[in-house]
Every structure is written in structure tokens, then in C-alpha cells.
Write a protein that binds this ligand. Sequence first.
Ligand SMILES: NC(=O)c1ccc[n+]([C@@H]2O[C@H](COP(=O)([O-])OP(=O)(O)OC[C@H]3O[C@@H](n4cnc5c(N)ncnc54)[C@H](O)[C@@H]3O)[C@@H](O)[C@H]2O)c1
Length: 312
Amino acid sequence: MHALVTGGAGFIGSQLALRLLRDGQRVTVVDNLSTGYRESVPAGAGFVYADLGNPEHYRRLDEVRPDVVFHLGGQSSGWISMDGPLGDLEDNLRSTILLADWALARGCRRFLYASSESVYGEGSAERAFTEATLPRPLTYYGCSKLAAEHYLRVKAENSALQHTCLRLFTVYGPGQDLANMRQGIVSIYLAYAAKGEPVVVKGSLDRIRDLVFVDDVVGAFVAAAAEPRTIGLELNVATGVPTRLGDLIRDMVVAVGYPELAVRPEAGTPGDVMHSFGDASRLAALTGWRPAVSVREGLDRAVARYRRVSTA
Ligand SMILES: NC(=O)c1ccc[n+]([C@@H]2O[C@H](COP(=O)([O-])OP(=O)(O)OC[C@H]3O[C@@H](n4cnc5c(N)ncnc54)[C@H](O)[C@@H]3O)[C@@H](O)[C@H]2O)c1
């Protein structure tokens, strides 16, 4: 099997590429290195530098003939999307339309897309989002992810495309970019805590998120790709466990070793929601996938990795 992993120089994509290589697959990564790093692409994977929103760049992929596409490349911050919907649209929607056409033209039908919890918008503290929840995104990012899901569905209804959209909840873990202070809730807080600085929190400490460890997310992509019954579906990738962000930060500063660290709440970012957690029982029923890593264990693993990197 030859897998194309877009965004494979980024946080989740690089770890997915590594897992696929370990599973014996041939892997090609394509990435424009806007937030990713060339050195994050695992050894053994091919690499093509290309912007997937730019039709001219597809010539660089002429030699690539994958059996399956994992499309994770894109702009992944709701906050950044609010600065300019057009940039987000290029990165998330246009890239998806162009890539699906490119894949089909090469005879590659299987296409897995990294969608997001952001398609849902505001939730509640009591009820997890299911795939039956009516999506109502509150950021341009959520709009482009939802639109990309619909474009893939319509394309699939009119072609041989076999797509699956995985709606990832809040992904965290080792390898998340602690230098990027506009992307990734856990990594932003960890970046402050690890330096022993007051943790600046944009928005309420009572916000609720569903934290999914990166290995579990990688496992979800692999499981969904292997199960034909996921074709044509949107599926949540979530733990079903709501975590209050104030509690997460408290546990994090303890794990890092600065229990006295101050927390500084500031005004929230536009479109940020109070409650978001998900029910992944549909994915579980179809594939047997279950999240294996608790927040406490995942946090310890993220902190341990930070320590190894910072003392290296
Ligand atoms: N991290 C999360 O919590 C989360 C949650 C839901 C969905 N997602 C989605 O998962 C995917 C991966 O997210 P991540 O956390 O690894 O982010 P990331 O920023 O670490 O990785 C994204 C990668 O895509 C590349 N990229 C961006 N635009 C591109 C383009 N136009 N052409 C080619 N490459 C491009 C970047 O350089 C980067 O390497 C994204 O699509 C994101 O929207 C992430």
C-alpha cells in the first residue's frame, strides 16, 4: 500500500506517517511547511513540498500514485481563521477540492479527511455531540471544514470517490508545536507552564473540551481506513470525557513541577465555544476503535517529551 499523507510535516500528520511506515506501508508526505517542519517528516517517507490550495503545485506530485490519501494538511486554528476567511478557505476547502480531483484522476478512490469538532459550534455541558447533532460552526475554520465535508460527499455521490471524514476533537500530545502560540489549547498552556511563566488563558477557565491523545487519533485514521463501512460517513474522534480547562491547567502545572504558577484569564478569542465534547460510539461500533490514553497519562507523556527535548 502506498499512502499519501498531506500535512505530514505537522503535529498529527507526522505521527500518522510514522505509524503507517511502521505498519509496512510506503508513505509520501506533501506539505507546504506553513506550520510544519521538514525535520518532523519521518525518515523513510518521501517528501514533496507543495501548497495544496495551488493548482500549479500538483505537477510536483506527478510521480506519486497512492492507494489511499490521508488529508490532514490545512490551517488548523479557529482563531487564525477569524483574521481572514479567504486564507482559511484556500488552505482547507480549496485544497480539499483540488486534492480529491487529483486523487480520482490517478485512480485513487480512498480518501480520509481530517475534519473537526469545530463544525458543531456551541455545545452543552451535559450532552456530547453526536454525528446527528446539527452543525452550526462559529468560526470560518469550522465553516471551511464543514464545507469540505459536503464537497467530498457531493463528489462521492457523483464519482468513484470513497471518502471518510473524521471529526477530530481537541488533539494533544508529544510533538505538538510549543512555539506556535496561536494553535493548540494544550500546547499553548504547556508552553507557559514549562517555562514557569503565568499561564495566560484566552477565555473562561470553565470551558469544556474533549482531549484526545495523538496516538489515539492516529489509531482512528488507521482503523477507519481499514473498514469499508466507514466510507461515506462523518465520524467523531473523541473520548466522550469532558475536561474543564481550569482543571487541565491545574494538573499540567503540577506535572511540570510549578504548582504555584499563576493563571491569567484574558478575553476569549472570536468564535471560541464554552462546551465541546463528543460521542465516538459510531466509530467504535464500526471499527472497534477506543481511545486508550487518559488525559492524565497523555499529559505526563507530553510533559516528559518536553523535558527530553528541552534538556537535549
Ligand atoms: N490539532 C487538533 O486539535 C485538531 C482538531 C481537529 C482537526 N484537526 C485537523 O487535523 C489536521 C492536522 O492538524 P495539526 O494539529 O497536525 O496541525 P499542524 O499545523 O501541526 O499540521 C498541519 C500541516 O499542514 C500543512 N499545511 C497547511 N496548509 C497547507 C497547504 N495549503 N498545503 C500543504 N500543506 C499545508 C502545515 O505546514 C502543517 O505541516 C488539520 O487539518 C486540522 O485542521 C486538528
